[in-house]
Design a binder for this molecule. Structure first.
Ligand code: ADP
Ligand code: MG
Length: 324
């Protein structure tokens, strides 16, 4: 059995008047993968997703799904489905009728579409609440209904625009685990837009980092986090220092910085207890900010406070050169 379909972006561009929201994207998504499209607000994530879904026209380039150019097909003809940030459930329809809605539009008879809706509701564990109205559901429950509604069309690719942003932090972590599990069970590609690097690292098989309308770096989360190519990626992914050295810039993981006897003199400017680790913000004599993340047991053998002098050390081999 085949699981997953190829999705490819070819010179994909979106212009709104003078604004170039998406500039010449070229990317092949691995079939059946969980992809996170990550980047700051305004970098072009939603425009990219909406073009893939067919909710936004393509200015230039093409979107290929399973080898066919779908760029000019309507959303319903593409084999993609989109789950919106606001869930957009119909308030006057029951949970079951919300899920069955697109089948009703296609003229599928009531028994058949309800049976199919019930299968999807089982998948998202909402069987017991099938007769409720959306207003009688919590945020997490509404999200499950929205997922079931998107999946009933049996999409080849599911597109999710900031699907967790309306949830409180606790529920967000619970729901992201459920999204991941669902993607594995279904075996289709999920493209999940987020501006949260922790969310992307937790979920993705592939992280695609966007900045200023272009893809800045794409790869497995460990590669993107551990080997950022540019200063932007190093700073955006977090956990790295960007240091000027011999006219170039290097990245140094904050957890690779030690307090040593010999090294770079610095002054502690802030201390943050994080549980398993302690984050020590320092400033060197040259005025450079360097963050050290220390194991908490190590920190507490010789605790530091703001104003204390320290010496920063690291292994040269851990410096990672960045592209200009
Ligand atoms: P993101 O989802 O990463 O926050 P968007 O794709 O929504 O980014 O927006 C990218 C850029 O395109 C922004 O500069 C935004 O202001 C602009 N933009 C988005 N939608 C429209 C629109 N309908 N009309 C004009 N400009 C838009
Ligand atoms: Mg957006």
């Amino acid at each position: 059995m085949r699981t997953g379909y190829d999705l490819e972006l070819v010179h994909l561009t979106k212009r709104y008047g003078e604004t170039v929201a998406v500039r010449d994207l070229n990317h092949v998504f691995s079939p059946g993968s969980y992809v996170c499209l990550l980047g700051p607000s305004g970098c072009g994530k939603s425009s990219t997703l909406r073009m893939i879904a067919g909710h936004e026209s393509v200015s230039d380039g093409a979107i290929l799904l399973d080898g066919a150019d779908v760029s000019h097909l309507s959303p319903a003809q593409r084999g993609t489905a989109m789950m919106f940030q606001s869930y957009a459930l119909f308030p006057h329809l029951s949970v079951r009728d919300n899920v069955a809605f697109s089948l009703r539009m296609k003229g599928v008879d009531k028994d058949k579409r309800h049976a199919r809706a019930d299968e999807l509701l089982e998948l998202v564990q909402m069987t017991a609440l099938a007769d409720r109205l959306p207003t009688q559901l919590s945020g997490g429950q509404q999200q499950r209904v929205a997922l079931a509604r998107a999946l009933i069309t049996q999409p080849k690719v599911l597109l999710l625009d900031e699907p967790l942003s309306a949830l409180d932090p606790f529920l967000r972590i619970q729901m992201r685990a459920e999204l991941k599990k669902l993607q594995r069970e279904l075996g289709i590609t999920f493209i999940h837009v987020t501006h949260g690097q922790d969310e992307a690292l937790a979920l993705a098989d592939e992280v695609v980092v966007m900045n200023n309308a272009v893809i800045e770096q794409a790869g497995p989360p460990r590669e993107v986090w551990g080997a950022p190519r540019t200063e932007f990626v190093a700073r955006f992914m977090g956990g790295h220092n960007v240091i000027s050295l011999d006219g170039g810039k290097v990245a140094l993981r904050a957890d690779d910085v030690r307090l040593g006897a010999a090294g770079l003199p610095a002054t502690v400017t802030a201390v943050e207890y994080q549980g398993a680790t302690v984050a020590l913000q320092t400033r060197t004599e040259g005025g450079e900010e360097v963050l050290a993340i220390l194991p908490e047991d190590q920190f507490f053998t010789a605790p530091k406070s703001p104003g204390d002098a320290v010496t920063l050390a690291w292994d040269e081999g851990r410096l990672h050169r960045l592209q200009a």
